[in-house]
Ligand binder design. Structure first.
Ligand code: ADP
Ligand code: MG
Length: 319
């Protein structure tokens, strides 16, 4: 049975760190690029709460880091470092090796360096802290939206939630739709390049982790504005458009969660530049509505301008 320090050395230590000092001492030492601000965020994943206990460890390694990187993306920050605190029920080396493989494959893609953490025995839980850099004054905060801003969404929402509905037996997905949705749920892609390119273009941004309406609500609350959304203009992935259960798809689109798309606002004068960013990154960016003066609520309207009552406003962790 591997000891704690063997596990750390074997699976969580990489040669030649670019940090001044990485894994192995009491603290890591970092040298941020001169003049840059640090952006720091933590997200915790618990077995049975955020993922099924038997989840494939490689996917878990990917997802645990991806959801954290998504927060850096939403801030417009460039990822640099990560810390990994992990509780493991036992020293199952096969499991740990697969987890590390998924984690480092994503980390290497975005040049994120693991600089430390904590390893302990206990019910499976993963807490990752990410550290990124952003030029002063250019971070994409939640409180910057102004009335008149366009509301934009990258990609489309709902597929991860539809996958979850499938796994829970609420709907039966097949073929390509099933693959696409499960891929979205298990291996989300953090929109790092997009976040970086939106610096100086977007006035506010958030990543969609708790559902489109709930996360837009966070921008509206922080910014003190309302929003008008057009139901018809919400982008729909093929699996969502092709699903026969209209109630379920509406719920997934609006309140699903686990999407990790970027939701942002920008003045109409930036439309052409934002569209060019979408083309450069081969990402679909859709204008889904407008920020308006008034209470921080979302008014969702159909093609005739009639108000559609939103089914739910998202996933509340304590509901
Ligand atoms: P301490 O007792 O001082 O907290 P630890 O034995 O917990 O030291 O950790 C030793 C070193 O290994 C530290 O540099 C720590 O940051 C690092 N470390 C521990 N667990 C992990 C992990 N899961 N991933 C990366 N680094 C880790
Ligand atoms: Mg420790």
């Amino acid at each position: 049975m591997a000891s704690e320090s063997e596990i750390i050395r074997k699976y969580f230590t990489r040669p030649e760190p670019s940090a001044v000092l990485g894994v192995g001492d009491d603290c890591a030492l970092l040298a941020p690029k001169p003049g840059m601000m640090l952006a720091v965020s933590t997200d915790m994943l618990l077995a049975g709460r955020h993922f099924f206990p038997g989840t494939d460890p490689g996917r878990l390694g990917h997802k645990a880091l991806a959801v954290n990187l998504s927060d850096l993306a939403a801030m417009g920050a460039d990822p640099r470092w990560a810390l990994l605190a992990i509780a493991l029920p036992d020293a199952d080396e096969e499991w740990i090796a697969a987890f590390a493989k998924g984690f480092f494959a994503l980390a290497e893609r975005f040049r994120v360096e693991l600089i430390g953490g904590d390893t302990t025995k206990g019910p499976l839980a993963i807490s990752i802290t990410v550290i990124g850099e952003v030029p002063p004054g250019l971070a994409l905060r939640r409180d910057g939206a102004l009335a008149g801003d366009d509301v934009w969404l990258s990609g489309a929402t709902g597929e991860a939630a539809l996958a979850l509905a499938h796994l829970k037996g609420r709907v039966e997905l097949e073929g390509e739709a099933r693959e696409a949705c499960l891929e979205r749920l298990h291996t989300p892609e953090p929109q790092i390049e997009l976040g970086g390119r939106l610096r100086g273009l977007a006035r506010s941004a958030i990543d969609v982790s708790d559902g489109l309406l709930a996360d837009l609500g966070h921008i509206l609350e922080a910014s003190g504005v309302g929003a008008e959304l057009a139901w018809e203009s919400l982008p729909r992935a093929r699996a969502i458009a092709g699903c026969a259960d209209a109630t379920l798809t509406a719920e997934c689109l609006l309140s699903g969660g686990d999407d990790y798309e970027l939701l942002f606002t920008a003045p109409p004068s930036k439309r052409a530049e934002i569209e060019a960013v979408g083309r450069d990154l081969a990402l679909s960016l859709t204008r889904i509505g407008t920020a308006v003066a008034g209470e921080p609520v979302v008014a969702l309207r159909d093609a005739r301008g009639e108000l559609i009552a939103a089914p739910r406003t998202g996933f509340d962790h304590f509901a």
